[in-house]
Design a protein around this ligand. Structure first.
Ligand code: PLP
Length: 367
């Protein structure tokens, strides 16, 4: 089947590699896993994911609703700040409502009293390569800092959520953080049912010490008698999708430049935000070097510089890997560029064109 580029290509078999790892960790640690929809919410593969994961976690009413309708199982709801309308809607179906501050908890307590409530905590420690994504950054608004505030409200809540990692692939560092949290909040945890350690733990990275990770999780939950939740986004979908593109033009300005029919700004925005080159599988020993660039008007719409085996020509395909996390959820209509279609390769090998977009979608995006 020839599919018009650009398109996101999700391979369920590759997704399964991550899901199998999640299944293993669940079995050996008793932790529960909820998918962070902020990272990935392409619901056409939720039937597969929901067989392995315990539910979803969200950042807004719309995400929570999507989790409820398309994924099922547990719906965790968190928001940096809720308006009342969202709370009234969420309380109809959310299994847990997590507040970001004591003030929000108290504003809405009369609306949600008796439900399974939680508070996000800022433990003042973090592991992040970027200040922009550091939940413990200076003046962070993410979570309650003062322990006494939590204690004063302990009877209203059943759990705490900590999210303090970003792509943390170091299990020893994680162990230290868990020990720190256990020591600092242990007396509070003993009065609660659950703790979420958020996302940002890169347990699907090759070589990650999963056995040690399981032990750390199990020991912690036993010591404090709490159910542990993890909220993986990136780790659930690592390496499961590609953005397939076509070279539209080759130009030259001191270097050869291949312009493809996609855009970093419109279709892989996170890479632009974090100034990270796209992953394109090439070999440094190859001879033909090109800057691969997007077709938007942004001067810096550049995916990176890569070496190819043969000279590139118009019509060649360029495949960008690891294109699932924080990409499809952030795609936008900048420059009115065609939106990449969504294609899924099912476990049985069948390739399905799930969704393609047209001019009407661009028009309907605004009015
Ligand atoms: C509260 C919370 N949970 C989970 C995640 C998912 O993180 P990741 O995709 O790095 O696993 C995030 C990411 O920002 C988050 O803020």
């Amino acid at each position: 089947m020839k599919i018009q580029t650009p398109y996101y290509f999700i391979d369920e078999e590759k997704l399964l590699v991550n899901l199998d790892k999640i299944n293993y960790i669940k079995k050996h640690s008793n932790a529960k896993f909820v998918l962070a929809l902020k990272c990935f919410s392409t619901w056409s593969v939720f039937d597969l994911m929901s067989k392995y994961m315990d539910g979803t976690t969200s950042s807004s009413l719309y995400e929570a609703k999507l989790g409820h309708e398309k994924f099922g199982k547990e719906v965790h709801s968190y928001s940096v700040a809720y308006p009342r309308e969202e709370i009234l809607e969420l309380k109809k179906f959310a299994d847990k409502i997590i507040f970001n501050s004591i003030s929000q908890l108290n504003i809405f307590y009369k609306d949600v009293k008796g439900l399974n409530l939680g508070l996000r905590v800022n433990p003042n420690i973090s592991h992040s390569h970027f200040d922009l994504a550091d939940p413990a950054r200076k003046y962070s608004r993410l979570g309650v800092i003062n322990k006494k505030d939590i204690m004063d409200n302990i009877n209203k809540i059943k759990g705490l959520m900590f999210h303090f990692n970003c792509e943390n692939d170091n299990v020893d560092n994680l162990e230290k953080s868990f020990n720190y949290i256990g020591k600092k909040y242990g007396n509070i945890l003993k009065r609660l049912d659950w703790i979420s350690f958020g996302g940002g733990i890169y347990f699907t990275k090759q070589g990650y010490n999963v056995t040690k990770f399981c032990k750390i999780l199990k020991d912690f939950s036993q010591k404090y008698a709490v159910q542990i939740y993890l909220e993986p986004g990136e780790s659930s979908i690592t390496n499961s999708a590609e953005l397939v593109t076509t070279v539209l033009d080759i130009t030259h300005n001191k270097k050869d430049i291949a312009i493809i029919d996609a855009s970093m700004e419109a279709h892989m925005l996170d890479l632009l935000i974090y100034n990270t080159p796209a992953k394109i599988e090439t070999n440094k020993k190859n001879k033909y070097e090109y800057i691969v660039a997007g077709r938007s008007c942004l001067a810096g719409d550049v995916f990176g510089t890569y070496k190819f085996k043969k000279p590139l020509k118009v019509g060649d395909n360029i495949v960008i890997s690891d294109a699932a996390g924080y990409t499809m959820v952030k795609k936008n209509w900048f420059n009115g560029l065609p939106m990449p279609s969504i294609v899924v390769k099912r476990l049985n090998g069948k390739i399905e064109l799930i969704r393609s977009f047209e001019y009407k979608d661009f028009v309907n995006n605004l009015s």
